[in-house]
Design a binder for this molecule. Sequence first.
Ligand code: NAP
Ligand code: GLV
Length: 311
Amino acid sequence: VDKQKVDVLISSSVWDPKPWVEGLSKSELVGEIHVWPTQADLTNVEALFVWKPLESGVISLMPNLKWISSLGAGVDHLMTDPQIPANIPITRIVDPFLARDMTNYVIMGLIMHQRSMLSHLNNQKSKIWKRLTYNPLKVGVMGLGALGSHLAKKLVNLGFEVFGYSRTLKSIDGVSCFDESGQKEFLSHAEVLVNLLPVTPQTINILNEQVFRSLPEGAYLINVARGNHLVEKDLINALNNRWLSGALLDVFWEEPLPQSNPLWEHSKVTITPHVASVTTPNSAIALLLDNLKRLQENRELLHTVDLSKGY
Ligand code: NAP
Ligand code: GLV
């Protein structure tokens, strides 16, 4: 056995593991590639690549595990999993395609809302010629990390007035930035609120009645981060009493969204099935291999998660 090669386990129950196996198998750095579920002996596995959920007990089968990478941007699925050890590095995907695709999705939702596109589609069904007006919009981006900052910059270029919110105060050309001390003011500008925060104990349920009440009347919500950010009943109330004009939701507390969930049938809600931005395997594999080389050379890994912050 070539000592240099690293055995890996891929666990991704929602995504097809095939492109990941194919891409990784082309590398000289990679030894055996296991895909969960498997009966194989995992004693020599040193790297775990995981998209949620990871079956309970899997970690204990890998006594030589040295590194875990999420296959997506989010690591909430790992942070809340009690089997994840505290003493090995966890990394995540930070990737230009992921940022591009997220930005494009949000721009789609934003402009569909601004231009009343759903009303035009409905009117077309009844051959109704009705000229609906539109206004410039102020957009609030919550979370100015890899994805939020990319979005904020593109929105400035498209001519939107952009406001940003993050834990530590940022400085981005053309964007009015706020931290927690300025949360109220940030929200008061956000005619469209885009959520790109990670889920942490501080941000869970952050999209709640109090926040909705702080937005301008008739504001529109785009939640592309995680379902756990949103208090669904508060959203439904805010839509029903017209405080909010609508919402585009890509992520949910429970996925797939259960048939019984009232969001499915709400006339002001547009739903997509967690597809706002899906990791491009070939691009992400280059990052995984870069990190794998770093692991072998005992160098610091890229895009590690700060366990104390939880993202
Ligand atoms: P990131 O680079 O870690 O950025 C997170 C941002 O949120 C940072 O600006 C951070 O502030 C801010 N933040 C964290 N905690 C906060 C708090 N308590 N109050 C205010 N701001 C806070 O993450 P990312 O790569 O941009 O990804 C963001 C999230 O998008 C992921 O966690 C994932 O859940 C979601 N996502 C969804 C999809 C989809 O298809 N729907 C795809 C990809 C990602 P600092 O800058 O001060 O640290
Ligand atoms: C997708 O939701 C991701 O976190 O990459």
